[in-house]
Write a protein that binds this ligand. Structure first.
Ligand code: 4NP
Length: 153
């Protein structure tokens, strides 16, 4: 596994949180140059925008800086450019499978299943309060730590 793409609906809440966390953990482990990490959205409504300010605030409390990230939409080439593409919820995974071209080589899965072996989703916090953003951060933090352990094993 040399590259992973995190995908959610808008690419401004969950997938940039997962991306920022994974980048931080890889850097701490000295593996930043070994694994390529990116994130994208099923939709393109927020393309070019930084993450949601609530996602930025939740991550900042734990020393993770999401401000350099910019949203983009999933593109066909992602399915050959990345080894693993993970959706935050089941709808994301269904959409990814629908968007995947015939010659897709990427493995597609659910993030918490890939990382933790749990059939759970990272719930969409967009219409929720700040606590939902803290919960997204905590879930993605646990997942990123576990995934890193799997990579090292
Ligand atoms: P995300 O959250 O998929 O975690 O980035 C959302 C962001 C924006 C929208 C929905 C979900 N939206 O409808 O614009």
């Amino acid at each position: 596994m040399r590259s992973i793409l995190f995908v959610c609906l808008g690419n401004i809440c969950r997938s940039p949180t997962a991306e920022g966390l994974m980048l931080n953990h890889l850097a701490s482990a000295g593996l930043a140059d070994r694994i390529r990490v990116d994130s994208a959205g099923i939709g393109g409504w927020h393309a070019g925008e930084p993450p949601d300010r609530r996602a930025i605030a939740a991550a900042r409390k734990h020393g993770v800086d999401l401000t350099p990230l910019r949203a983009r939409q999933v593109r066909k080439t992602d399915f050959s450019d990345f080894d693993l593409i993970v959706g935050m919820d089941r709808q994301n995974v269904d959409d990814l499978r629908r968007l995947a071209p015939k010659q897709s080589t990427a493995r597609i899965g659910l993030w918490l299943t890939e990382a933790l072996g749990r059939p759970d989703e990272v719930p969409d916090p967009y219409y929720e309060d700040d606590r939902a953003f803290d919960a997204v951060f905590d879930l993605c933090d646990r997942a990123a730590r576990a995934f890193l352990e799997k990579l090292r094993a």
